[in-house]
Design a binder for this molecule. Structure first.
Ligand SMILES: Nc1ncnc2c1ncn2[C@@H]1O[C@H](COP(=O)(O)OP(=O)(O)OP(=O)(O)O)[C@@H](O)[C@H]1O
Ligand SMILES: [Mg+2]
Length: 594
């Protein structure tokens, strides 16, 4: 289930949160001052009980009774205004912190390397962005409000107590070390539980997301019960952890109140002895007992606040863990407007996992304007080769050159501008057809260009049938379109990007033969002026390539053009024969081999 993470140093997390909070010092200052007024009034009111009883009730002072009620009304109006200012400004500061954290997180997500996404589910990432950040929000808003208001109230009440009888007040102080112990014990537990809760929310959201996206598979394979079971287990785990936090909090609140109540009763007892010695007036007695009783609430609030604070800290820890992930390196300074398109792989070795090499000693070179086909069995490393070009993965050995300069020497943005890729897994955004085609060149692309790109990709025929044509929304990842339609939009996008190097990874695999032939014609036109890397299982689409690279288990096993490779009569010829069993070519190649 949820993996256990280490608690990082709380002070470090505070310090980093403080950087975000510091920007809103003015709002916080206003909030703190308003809170001081608010709590001051509460404490004052307790103090006011003394004259109220002594002068008002005991002595029945007419002058006092004439203005006292008005004063109370006035003061409580002020209290209301102060409360508004305090709550509003604290919330404003804390919501701004949340917004800043979210923005930073999202910006970070744009710069995390491919490996991060290989190892983290989108549910995990989403839960940090939505849930953990929100924990920080609750914690910081509630905590700030409570911390400021309660501490000032406690200070105010103590002042009241001390001014009435410092001896009795001192007595009350024995509770402080006891309360501190209780708070320390709970805080550690709550923080640990909070991390676990965050992990479980991540799993819940990952699980839900997978099921929502994959609902057809779940139903078709009758996986509902299995999925419901799994989800229920996760939900139960989440509830258990939440309940443990609730229990820890409830126990600590009761313990603190019990300690305070015990101290109160001792003080009360001694106070009554004091009254016998007529040290306290009736009003003084009521005020000091009132103050002690009134202390219970802010103390309780501080105790519960602590738990919220630790949830917030755990949230902040998750947020900072993402923010601290190393991002894609972009140390190259090479400026590149438009590459000529000369690519060279020089003894490249690469693996996704340390002990599982995926590419072995891959070497080949591509001249500008060439069409290079990568063919080979599934899993032989074709997509991996092309994913190294835009530097999605950088920890390969050997060297890859573009226009005779290693890839790492270019500025990342410049390098990536050189490639237009139609990848094996098409990604469309829940946006209009036009925006999907113009993705990445929103400002630059004119309506006309979008139209032309769609025409070249043979997408016009179906786009015009759509209810709103180019303005039709395509659904999440293009669910409202067919596989072949999605591919054609992706091809149009690549055409519009007009990059010097075109990468087509199974770009036409979902198309019928006729559409494929049409698109092939369009792509042929496009390929003339650029370097193209084509990955295809259907070998008929790569017969005309300048050169065909045959991959097997991560190695380049053959390089040559169609005729040469057929003549060689090994891997390629074997693949080719399997696909064209009934064609005369087979006999031709057999003839060559015999
Ligand atoms: N992100 C990844 N993390 C770990 N391993 C991966 C990852 N992507 C691919 N692999 C592994 O690397 C190997 C090569 O995969 P690759 O996608 O390059 O194959 P391919 O030749 O494109 O296959 P196909 O023709 O099926 O698309 C496979 O064994 C695959 O399991
Ligand atoms: Mg592939």
């Amino acid at each position: 289930m949820a993996q256990t993470r280490q608690l990082t140093n709380a002070m470090q997390v505070y310090a980093r949160l403080f950087v975000y909070i510091r920007r809103h010092w003015l709002a916080l200052l206003i909030a703190v001052m308003a809170s001081m007024i608010y709590s001051g009034i509460d404490a004052w009111f307790i103090y006011f009980l003394k004259p109220l009883l002594n002068k008002g009730l005991v002595q029945k002072d007419a002058h006092f009774l004439s203005w006292a009620p008005w004063l109370v009304v006035l003061v409580f109006m002020l209290r209301g205004v102060a409360s508004f200012f305090s709550n509003y400004h604290i919330a404003s500061a804390s919501r701004s912190v949340i917004m800043a954290l979210r923005q930073d997180l999202f910006a970070k997500l744009q710069r995390l390397p491919a490996r991060y996404y290989d190892h983290h589910t989108s549910g995990h990432v989403l839960s940090v962005l939505l849930y953990s950040v929100e924990q920080v929000a609750h914690a910081s808003a509630d905590v700030l409000t409570t911390a400021v208001q309660s501490s000032f109230l406690i200070i105010g009440l103590l002042v009241v107590m001390f001014s009435i009888s410092w001896k009795l007040s001192l007595l009350y102080f024995i509770i402080i070390p006891l309360i501190t112990i209780v708070m320390r014990i709970t805080s550690l537990r709550v923080r640990r539980l909070s991390l676990r809760i965050q992990d479980s929310v991540a799993e819940l959201s990952h699980n839900a997301e997978e099921n929502i996206e994959g609902y057809k598979v779940v139903r078709a394979f009758a996986g509902q019960d299995y999925e419901i079971d799994k989800f229920n287990r996760l939900a139960r785990f989440n509830r258990q952890q939440e309940m443990k936090v609730v229990a820890a909090r409830a126990i600590s609140v009761s313990a603190v109140q019990l300690i305070a109540a015990a101290a109160l009763s001792v003080t009360l007892y001694i106070a009554t002895l004091d009254i016998a010695g007529s040290v306290l007036t009736a009003g003084g007695f009521v005020a000091i007992v009132g103050a002690m009783l009134a202390l219970l609430k802010p103390m309780k609030d501080l105790t519960t606040m602590q738990n919220k604070l630790y949830r917030g800290l755990a949230g902040a820890q998750s947020v900072f863990e993402v923010l601290d992930e190393p991002q894609e390196s972009d140390l190259g300074h090479g400026v590149l407007q438009r590459a000529r398109g000369h690519i060279c792989f020089d003894h490249v070795n690469f693996s996704y996992h340390v002990d599982k090499p995926v590419l072995h000693d891959v070497s080949f070179s591509v001249q500008p304007g060439d069409i290079i086909a990568l063919v080979g069995r599934s899993g032989s490393g074709k997509s991996t080769i092309v994913s190294l070009l835009p530097r999605f993965y950088e920890d390969y050995t050997g060297q890859i050159y573009l226009d005779d300069k290693p890839l790492c020497e270019y500025r990342l943005a410049d390098l990536r501008r050189q490639f237009a890729a139609v990848s094996q897994h098409i990604t469309l955004f829940h946006d209009t057809v036009a925006n999907n085609i113009a993705y990445g060149s929103f400002e630059k692309a004119s309506q006309q260009q979008i139209y032309e790109a769609a025409r070249a990709a043979h997408a016009l025929e179906f786009i015009e049938q759509l209810p709103q044509g180019f303005d039709t929304f395509v659904g999440e990842n293009g669910v409202l379109l067919s596989g072949g339609q999605r591919q054609r939009i992706a091809i149009a996008r690549a055409i519009l990007k007009d990059a010097p190097i075109l990468i087509l990874d199974e770009a036409t695999s979902s198309l019928d033969t006729e559409s494929e032939r049409h698109i092939q014609d369009a792509l042929d036109g496009l390929m003339k002026s650029r370097t193209t890397l084509v990955i295809a299982h259907r070998l008929s689409t790569v017969e005309h390539a300048t050169s065909i690279i045959v991959m097997d288990q991560g190695r380049v096993v053959e390089i040559g053009n169609h005729a040469e490779l057929l003549a060689l009569n090994q891997h390629y010829a074997r693949l080719y024969r399997m696909q064209f069993k009934d064609l005369p070519v087979e006999r031709e190649s057999d003839a060559v081999s015999s």
